[in-house]
Design a protein around this ligand. Structure first.
Ligand code: SF4
Length: 389
């Protein structure tokens, strides 16, 4: 990816629908496992960030294609977007609506940390047009939550979920993490069952990874479970979610019928999305790009009147095909066989034999013109994906 001065205007999208990702970097405190682009929350820093974000929306919205760009999803991620008041969040949405064609039925999601929401705040979000919340529950065991440095208890997570329902949200997602130091099978089983008892509409669950940029990575966290333990926790989750009638529609995501995340499906289908906020990543036309990460520099760049794009990469046809395959195979619905045929034509000797071996091992299913990974294939997906690059 090239790093340098950003473009004067953003690249025109090819497709007919666009997602918008808005990164709110602030967190009250940093969790030990977190490698996301976050900044310490200082009340005084927020107005400067919001002013910069407003400028970024105006600059992005000055592109000749923007007024007609049909925005189908908006996702406020972080960081902790729920640190924004309804008035602050509503002002961002209004600015987006003034510059882009945000569909009246667009899915508008806010990631919420349990300790930062109340029924009033969530009702206020609903009034601005937010129609989906994604709650960072992570665990329902107070000891595990404390070890993760989370700022909430299991009871507070439950209270936040109930506040969301009382505020009228019919579409509530919850996040969990497994594969954690000290997380045993019984605690994980209890956590998943308890969460499913709340009857959320959507569930995301990721195995812990010690990514660069996290405190745990820097300190060399010990006590991580064996691979088989992590796989067992994955299988427990998949089984319990299926028993509760959730569709396992993406490797790490489960939904009640009709409640799949429209925004995240844009990523997995390698479709287009606009990036706003420090460190946010976007994909427009055939260009992937990323914003300046440091919040201070992000604000200063916009104050100087420039788009805060720090990296950009134009994908070749082969790279784009690899992305469509790898991202699409994360989905339970899989991909059209024609895409695999296109990829196999580039390596006619090796790939057809390899894919046949996957099928024989029960990792890949091919039917009715589509190819998809099985549950067993999902577990081995990383090893499979490198073959498709
Ligand atoms: S995990 Fe979430 S709440 Fe914790 S530091 Fe990272 S972004 Fe902030």
């Amino acid at each position: 990816m090239l790093e340098g001065s950003g473009p004067a205007t953003l690249w025109a999208p090819r497709g007919t629908a666009l997602g918008v990702y808005v990164h709110v970097p602030f967190c009250a405190k940093r969790c030990g496992y977190c490698s996301f682009n976050t900044a310490v929350y200082l009340e005084a820093a927020l107005p400067r960030y919001l002013a910069a974000l407003g400028r970024e929306i105006d600059l992005a919205g000055a592109a000749p294609w923007s007024a007609a760009a049909p925005v189908s999803t908006v996702f406020f991620g972080g960081g902790t977007p729920s640190l924004l008041t309804p008035a602050q969040l509503g002002a961002v949405l209004e600015r987006l609506r003034a510059r882009f064609s945000v569909a009246p039925d667009a899915e508008i999601t806010v990631e919420c940390n349990p300790e930062s929401v109340s029924r009033d705040r969530l009702s206020g979000y609903r009034d601005t047009g937010v129609n989906r919340i994604s709650l960072g529950v992570q665990s329902l065991d107070d000891q595990v939550l404390a070890s993760l440095d989370r700022a909430h208890s299991a009871a507070e997570a439950r209270a936040a979920f109930d506040a969301g329902r009382r505020a009228g949200f019919a579409n509530v997602s919850a996040d969990l993490i497994y594969g954690l130091p000290g997380l045993d099978a019984a605690t994980w089983d209890r956590t998943v069952r308890s969460l499913l008892d709340w009857e959320p509409d959507h569930l995301s669950a990721y195995a812990l990874t010690l990514d660069e940029g996290s405190r745990w990575h820097a300190a060399g966290r010990t006590g991580l479970p064996a691979e088989e333990t992590v796989a067992e926790q994955y299988r427990t989750l998949a089984r319990l979610a299926a028993e509760a009638d959730f569709e396992h529609y993406e490797i790490s995501n489960y939904a009640r019928p009709g409640r799949r995340s429209a925004h995240n499906q844009i990523y997995w289908r390698a479709e287009e999305y606009l990036a706003l906020g420090p460190g946010a990543c976007g994909f427009l036309g055939d260009t992937r790009y990323g914003n300046v990460k440091a919040t201070e520099r992000y604000c200063a760049t916009l104050e100087a009147g420039a788009l805060p794009v720090a990296t950009q990469e134009r994908l070749t046809a082969r790279q784009h095909l690899a992305e469509r395959l790898i991202l699409g195979l994360r989905l339970g619905d899989g991909i059209p066989e024609a895409w695999l045929a296109e990829r196999m034509a580039l390596e006619p000797g090796r790939l057809p034999a390899l894919l046949e071996a996957w099928r024989e091992r029960g990792l890949l299913a091919r039917a009715r013109g589509r190819a998809r990974l099985t549950e067993a294939g999902f577990l081995l997906s990383d090893a499979l994906f490198v073959e498709l690059l």
